[in-house]
Design a protein around this ligand. Structure first.
Ligand code: AMP
Length: 280
């Protein structure tokens, strides 16, 4: 694995590889790698000649300074994890490299950026679009891999690629979970033992709701999930919405011809966890 911290050096390497007609796959991350990230890297290395992984904790997508400060970072551990994968190139830039000047760009995604996560994390998706557009511009991958755990992010990235006329295939990967069902997340490291013990309830109630969807209204399903999770002493639902998988607009009633997904954000103490469940 080659490690680059400068865009100019990475560009030289990637230009060479492109001249050799290598197919380039890309997995952008914020580090603190876990098996969810590894599943993306494995999918990438299976279908591409070159697997580029980036690690960059992007300040512009954090709407909360404490969240940015406390975001887990462990580059030494990440390096040893990556060494055990088929990663060809790690791009590990610093802030000055990614933002040589202030990024003033404003992205709009047909209001998708203002709902669900966007409603509670103002500016978050603008920051995501800023960094992902820069990374796409630098790496110019053939294929880029994103997790369905961040379903809204995935939807917005597909729109970004369309808006910018980028010739990049976006590959959506399944959510990787701990054995107790908790969606893997770098933020899980921040959970104390008692919060970690209760956090799997989030997915438990999401899964239960999928069994109930046929015989209950959307309103009843929402109530079921929210009330049950809130009844756990250490969990507090920030939002739970059932939306169309294409438009992300809320659905009031459901027939099997519409693909729907339940998206949730829950506070376990100060730690904010997100997850989702497909209902069909
Ligand atoms: P992050 O480092 O949290 O920004 O995530 C980098 C990429 O990994 C994003 O595309 C995420 O959606 C994806 N990812 C994060 N957690 C998981 C998971 N548990 N399973 C699959 N992909 C994930």
């Amino acid at each position: 694995m080659k490690i680059f911290t400068k865009v100019v050096d990475l560009n030289l390497e990637l230009d060479l590889l492109r001249q050799q007609n290598k197919i380039i796959g890309f997995v952008p991350t914020m580090g603190s790698l876990h098996d969810g990230h590894i599943s993306l890297i494995n999918a990438c290395s299976e279908y591409n000649d070159i697997t580029v992984v980036s690690i960059f904790v992007n300040p512009t997508q954090f709407n909360n300074a404490n969240d940015l400060k406390n975001y887990p970072r462990n580059i030494d551990k990440d390096l040893s994890i990556l060494q055990a994968t088929n990663t060809t190139i790690l791009f590990f830039p610093d802030n000055d490299e990614m933002y040589p000047e202030k990024d003033e760009r404003v992205f709009k995604f047909d209001n998708l950026e203002n709902i669900l996560e966007g409603a509670f994390r103002p500016g978050h998706f603008n920051g995501v679009a800023q960094i992902v557009s820069k990374l796409f511009n630098i790496v110019k991958p053939n294929n880029a891999y994103f997790g369905q755990k961040d379903f809204q992010q995935l939807t917005i990235i597909k729109k970004l690629v369309t808006q910018l006329n980028l010739n990049i295939n976006i590959v959506a990967c399944e959510t990787f979970r701990e054995s107790d069902g908790l969606a893997m997340s770098s933020r899980n490291l921040l959970l104390s033992d008692e919060y970690r013990a209760v956090a799997p309830k989030i997915y438990k109630y999401l899964k239960d709701s999928a069994l109930k969807i046929k015989n209950n209204s959307i309103e009843e399903i929402k109530k079921y999930v929210i009330e049950n999770i809130n009844s756990e002493r250490l969990l507090k639902v920030e939002y739970f919405e059932i939306v169309n998988t294409e438009t992300l607009s809320a659905v009031d009633n459901w027939d099997n011809s519409t693909q729907i997904i339940g998206c949730i954000a829950v506070f376990a103490g100060n730690i904010r966890l997100i997850d989702n469940i497909r209902y069909n």
